[in-house]
Design a protein around this ligand. Structure first.
Ligand code: GLY
Length: 430
């Protein structure tokens, strides 16, 4: 099979790496890819070809696909999906895996998703769509300022404000409705307390099958301090929930979700990723994403114990998987993100990365690239906020953590680096 991957980051690197374990893949292309993707090899030893097209240039991506005729295009990039790349490719008769623009509304409109949860009885925090500064302030005041304020559209996590004080609410309103605000409508939700876990379902239209649990670490600094960001690392399975409870939580969410999709005639083929808070009153869906999480994917796919491609094909074909049909190892997998100093605020790029060659020899450790590029000298340089997802898997949580942090110790960026020390457990001394 000739496969075309779309995406520049860590999630795309992992999906591509997992897919390349399959003998079914005979040619692989990635637009635009990154330094890590460019260094991957197929089972037959052939290189992956990176195609210099931005993941947001969906018309150029279509033109490339029409010319090169891939058997399958795989896209899990949020901005690309929000633009309707799946509809565009399908209209051209090309096979592509991911939700359509309409189905992607679970992620691209927080207000639409909130209304869907209200209508179909999916547990979620109390919330309200607000269209003005005054309305936002009034609802946030009614919640005692303990709220989360997020823009309606697709947003990076830097625009999600977790508020506990009047001052933080004022800052959120200033930023979201101000001159460089991201839109005129926001969703204000009650701030829920508890352990947050990530769920992922492989969806094939009428059915959905849960992946194992995972815990993401969305704050930039240890002990969940610092700003919200794209995520600084993940552990799977989550240490915060038992398997039995996880299955119950998954059922509580997916049964009404599937009923809602049926009623609304939404044919969802891809990954549904609810972010869930385990509160004293039960699980509550904070938000839906409609693609694989970054860095959850790094931990799931290093545990996947079967060929990824038939799973994707099954999702496309509407095949109903049973819970135990997707096989994951019992390993614990830990991914530690190494970021550019300053992230999620301003940061510098073009810093030489060293140590990758040493880490490449470590068993059960894999470094997935998020924001990297190859220099003209053939060496790897930083090219983004989140730079690398250093991932290790082992029989126990402690071993996986020790291995991941051993690898982190060996990798250096010129100018320093920034990572959390507490992914999956208590902070590790450096
Ligand atoms: N894990 C956070 C995200 O993918 O949005």
């Amino acid at each position: 099979m000739k496969i075309f991957f779309i995406g520049p980051g860590g999630r795309t690197h992992v999906i591509l790496w997992a897919a390349l374990h399959s003998h079914l893949v005979t040619e692989a292309y990635c637009a635009p890819g990154n330094a890590g993707i460019a260094q991957e090899r197929l089972m037959n030893g052939d290189p992956v070809i990176c195609v210099p097209i931005l993941a947001t240039d969906i018309h150029a991506l279509l033109a490339w696909a029409k010319k090169h005729k891939p058997d399958l295009t795989i896209v899990q990039e949020d901005r690309t999906l929000a633009l309707g790349v799946v509809d565009l490719f399908q209209e051209a008769g090309l096979t592509i895996w991911g939700p359509t623009k309409r189905a992607f509304q679970f992620e691209s409109s927080k207000i639409w998703a909130h209304n869907f949860m209200e209508k179909y009885g999916i547990p979620h925090p109390i919330g309200k769509a607000c269209n003005s500064e005054r309305e936002t302030l009034n609802f946030a005041t009614a919640l005692g300022f303990k709220c989360v304020i997020k823009p309606d559209g697709l947003s990076d996590r830097n625009n999600v404000f977790v508020c506990r004080t009047k001052e933080k609410v004022a800052e959120a309103i200033g930023r979201l409705f101000g001159p460089v605000g991201v839109g005129s409508a926001v969703l204000v939700q009650k701030l829920e307390e508890g352990d947050e876990i990530s769920l992922h379902f492989l969806c094939s239209g009428k059915s959905a099958t849960a992946f194992p649990s995972a815990t993401d670490h969305k704050r930039a600094l240890d002990n969940n301090e610092g700003d919200n960001c794209g995520g600084m690392g993940t552990i799977s399975p989550s240490p915060d929930i038992t398997d039995t409870k996880y299955r119950k939580v998954a059922e509580t969410i997916i049964t009404p979700w599937l009923a809602g999709c049926k009623a609304e005639r939404i044919d969802f083929r891809g990954i549904l990723y609810p972010g869930v808070m385990l509160t004293k009153e039960g699980p509550k869906v904070l938000e839906f994403n409609a693609r694989l999480g970054d860095t959850e994917t790094q931990t799931y796919l290093t545990r996947l114990d079967q060929d990824l491609l038939p799973l994707i094909q099954g999702s496309l074909d509407g095949m109903p998987y049973q819970p135990n049909e997707i096989r994951f190892s019992d390993h614990v997998s830990v991914c530690v993100v190494m970021a550019s100093p300053g992230y999620p605020g301003p940061y510098k790029v073009n810093k030489l990365i060293t140590g990758l060659d040493v880490v490449a020899k470590m068993p059960n450790v894999k470094v997935f690239h998020s924001g990297t590029k190859l220099g003209v000298d053939g060496r790897v340089y930083t090219n983004g906020g989140r730079v690398l997802g250093v991932t290790a898997w082992a029989d126990t949580r402690e071993s996986a953590r020790v291995m991941a942090y051993q690898a982190v110790r060996l990798i250096k960026f010129e100018g320093g680096q920034h990572f959390r020390h507490d992914i999956g457990g208590a902070p590790i001394e450096f």
